[in-house]
Ligand binder design. Sequence first.
Ligand code: SF4
Length: 203
Amino acid sequence: MTNFSPNMLKTFETCPQKYLFKYVQKISMPQKSSHFEKGKKIHALANYYLRGDDISKLETALDEDELKIWENLKQNEFFQKTYVASEYNLSCKVGEYWIGGRLDALVKDENYYYILDYKTGQIPKNPEYDFQTMVYLLCASKKFGNNIKFVYIDLKNNQNCVIDFDKDYEKPILEMCNKIKNAKPSVEHSKKCEFCEYRKICI
Ligand code: SF4
């Protein structure tokens, strides 16, 4: 049975044809990598650091920009809370579907659990209703209770976006899973196609 990740739900919302290419036909297209690589490096470093590994050698391999971002993360008030887990897989059932994904980190204090998501790029435009926020909060709430928050850590601008759990998150997730299940093939080209990595095989 398919386990729907936030990216799968987001991709279908953006374009059902793109979902078909990516997740049904499993065609992967090359994407610009420099920004992606930086994000991967910081995520890996954070994971080792939180697990208690010695990262001193890895830190010396960071360039100036990466080092600044890494320092921002290390000093972040949420990153400094009590460690629970990192690169943590979580899933839950919504209706007949399984949803889930991998959290960057889970930390806690005496009042709340916090799902951390490190962003070297942009935070989603409507973070409260982004599928990543909703899926992770819903899955985590089923395991850890409703005292849970999602924190986007914007490493470029050194600021946080904190979102509370909302029990109504189940509805939009279920609706999107139903849409995917009942989708009929159709291609609608629009402005979004300009930035799509599949445009060469689609248009
Ligand atoms: S080119 Fe346009 S229609 Fe085709 S997959 Fe991309 S966004 Fe969808």
